[in-house]
Design a protein around this ligand. Structure first.
Ligand SMILES: Cc1cc2nc3c(=O)[nH]c(=O)nc-3n(C[C@H](O)[C@H](O)[C@H](O)COP(=O)(O)OP(=O)(O)OC[C@H]3O[C@@H](n4cnc5c(N)ncnc54)[C@H](O)[C@@H]3O)c2cc1C
Length: 634
């Protein structure tokens, strides 16, 4: 926790609104703000990934007063810097807000948990630290002037301080002077090179850390980059943009932690002003209610909570909040609509124990493994503790380019054809990791001894199914309804089936052609109860763990596997999408909420469509761009 100067206190923060309780009192009534409330040039709601950038950049020149309100704490502890361990904090309620989705018929009626980092740095403080920029064509497909790949590229570079361990600098592609540390993957598990090689053999272009000549990400297979310093410390947006020296030095910047935004004060239209206008923010801290004034409010509370704050402020679909007695200010059907997330389906395998992080949880090996890895981390800045959730390698591709080929007798017949790394928008990601991709760490047949668990994750990164986020009560402590509508579109299931067949073809190639010692543990067609392929599936070779032809696996078995194991991967976006059509909540370019002056949204929720990539770098680039746009317009 920072010194009290950055905690709530009427002197620097806001006037207390006496006698009011957080929740319904504030949200359902049109209250007059306290007359003595302090005023700021800008108020940023949420010091998460995008909010940290905005608070820092807008206060940089010293000419604007900026208040930033964050529901979580300011943490600067050692564990928070260790990438693998701080990623595990995403599962702990102290560091992340967890919202159970509604039961998903597309996932066999299961619910899943949406995680939102709750501390300065937001989700970038608990995420896996993967750094991917997204393809030019992905941004171009939004069709928003100012937000094409070429428009955003300078802001990716502006944010970045990249370090290469083994390669020479490429100033045309990477940024080296920005506040946010990123680096090439510091270590590689034994499966990473065969994975990329097998992807290449199947026709997926391979590239140098996935960066295209034009500076953005290319479609293809590559080793990943991470948001870490050169010595292996997580570098989240709070560390990069709001380090304690910045907070101490800037008298014009006030950070209030453990402060929950209740609603934005919306006034008008009236004789003075023809439009609705944001004039301040109600927030609560430790059971008390505060108010701060501003004509410029920026919502950066993420894809789940930015729409909730708008709905509590009377902005959104009236059917959602009128029944909760929240006065309607502007009807905006796009607020909370168009929820999208990537959906991942794990395929579990048994592979060499040396390439699996399983020893970290086996009673006999846990302690020596942790000591060895801690040594490697603290002395060399390397090893398992630096891995982004043990995921180091990835292949991005488009299902439109997966072709069924006649490959003679190899049995591996799916191929990727005709990829243009600079033009395609991938709809599938396949990654590989050294651990279970299931929270309860099931005991699959074939694990133990010299073989540990590993998993390929097959992600649908351009889902057609659309969900929503709706508040359920005026009280912000009541979590919203998150309805992802996972796999409601048949085409989503079809593309996942195809991608899973391709992923299994790739893994089979690793075993058969590259002699990587990998076998099935929990994949479609494999019957774990008997430790063998289902009846009727003929495998090649005589070993128990040899693969069958992925084309021979029944579609119904693959669909069953998808519904049983699929989960959302915390890349939620688009719930306050910018755009020109009637459903869009936010004006393209200016990021102003439609019909309301002085109120903007700037975080992943403004993305018109979820990107194919891991989104933290894009959240930062979009915030860098808005800060630069404000700077140049004032
Ligand atoms: C477990 C996990 C792993 C991930 N892995 C990766 C990865 O490896 N690479 C990658 O690129 N992306 C990853 N992501 C996604 C990425 O981190 C997010 O998409 C991105 O950080 C979102 O940024 P944001 O600014 O939109 O929101 P956030 O960073 O979530 O910020 C929102 C902030 O608003 C605050 N807030 C919310 N409501 C209120 C309120 N009422 N009052 C005050 N404050 C409030 C929150 O506490 C939070 O700090 C991961 C996400 C998670 C959760």
């Amino acid at each position: 926790m920072l010194s009290s100067r950055h905690d709530v206190g009427p002197a620097r923060c806001a006037a207390l609104a006496p006698g009011l309780a957080p929740g319904a009192d504030i949200v359902t009534k049109d209250l007059d703000p306290p007359p003595d409330a302090p005023s700021y040039d800008y108020i940023v709601l949420g010091a998460g990934t995008a909010g940290s950038v905005l608070a820092s950049r807008l206060s940089e020149s010293g000419t604007r007063s900026v208040l930033v309100l964050e529901r979580g704490s300011y943490l600067a502890d050692v564990v928070g810097r260790i990438p693998l361990l701080s990623n595990a904090r995403a599962f702990q309620a102290r560091y992340a807000t967890h919202v159970r989705t509604t039961p998903q018929p597309g996932l066999g009626g299961r619910t899943s948990t949406v995680q939102v980092g709750r501390q300065v740095g937001g989700s970038s403080a608990v995420n896996a630290t993967l750094y991917t920029r997204g393809c030019h064509a992905d941004f171009d497909s939004w069709g928003i002037p100012g937000y094409t790949g070429s428009d955003l590229e300078p802001f990716f570079k502006r944010s970045q301080a990249h370090s290469h361990e083994l390669r020479t600098e490429r100033a045309d592609v990477y940024g080296y002077e920005g506040p946010w540390a990123t680096r090439d993957m510091p270590q590689l598990f034994g499966f990473s090179k065969p994975f990329v090689e097998a992807a290449g053999a199947l026709g997926v272009p391979t590239s140098d850390y996935g960066m295209s000549e034009r500076g953005m990400m290319a479609t293809g297979a590559f080793f990943l980059q991470t948001s870490q310093t050169a010595n292996g410390s997580r570098h989240h947006a709070g560390m990069a943009y709001l380090p304690s020296n910045v907070l101490k030095a800037r008298q014009n910047l006030t950070l209030c932690v453990e402060s929950c935004v209740e609603k934005v004060q919306i006034e008008g239209p009236n004789d003075d002003n023809k439009a609705h206008k944001a004039t301040g923010v109600w927030f609560s801290s430790k059971g008390k209610v505060y108010y701060a004034r501003s004509d410029n409010v920026i919502l950066s509370s993420g894809a789940i909570f930015s729409p909730c704050i708008l709905q509590r402020s009377g902005l959104g679909s009236p059917q959602v909040f009128e029944p909760l007695r929240i006065p309607v200010k502007v009807a905006l059907p796009g607020v909370g609509a168009h929820f999208k997330d990537h959906l991942a389906v794990p395929l579990h395998f048994r592979g060499p124990m040396r390439d699996s992080c399983m020893p970290m949880v086996l009673p006999a090996t846990a302690l020596p493994t942790l000591i060895r890895q801690a040594w490697n981390y603290f002395i060399h800045g390397k090893g398992w503790f630096t891995t982004p959730g043990t995921l180091e390698t990835v292949a991005y591709l488009s299902t439109e380019q997966i072709q069924l080929m006649d490959d003679g007798d190899t049995g591996s017949r799916l191929r990727v054809q005709g990829t243009d790394p600079h033009k395609d928008v991938p709809d599938i990601e396949i990654s590989f990791e050294a651990f279970w991709a299931a929270e309860d760490m099931p005991r699959f047949h074939g694990l133990g001894g010299s073989h540990g668990v590993m998993a390929a994750l097959v992600y649908l990164v351009k889902p057609r199914s659309v969900g929503h986020v709706h508040i359920k009560a005026p009280d912000p402590s009541v979590l919203p309804e998150v309805e992802p509508n996972s796999l409601q579109e048949e085409d989503d299931v079809r593309r996942l089936v195809l991608a899973i067949r391709l992923a299994m073809t790739l893994i089979k190639h690793m075993r058969e052609q590259l002699a990587y010692d990998i076998g099935p543990a929990c994949v479609p067609g494999w019957d774990d109860s008997k430790g063998g392929w289902k009846d009727g599936l003929a495998k090649r070779g005589g070993d128990e763990f040899d693969f069958v032809d992925p084309q021979a696996i029944a579609e119904k078995d693959i669909v069953e596997h998808i519904r049983k194991w699929g989960f959302g991967v915390q890349h939620m976006a688009s719930t306050c999408a910018m755009g020109t059509d009637g459903d869009a909540a936010v004006e393209p370019g200016s990021l102003m909420v439609k019909g309301v002056e002085g109120l903007r949204v700037c975080d992943v929720s403004v993305m018109p469509e979820v990107l194919s990539c891991h989104p933290q770098a894009a959240a930062i680039a979009i915030a860098e761009k808005l800060a630069a746009d404000i700077e140049s317009s004032e």
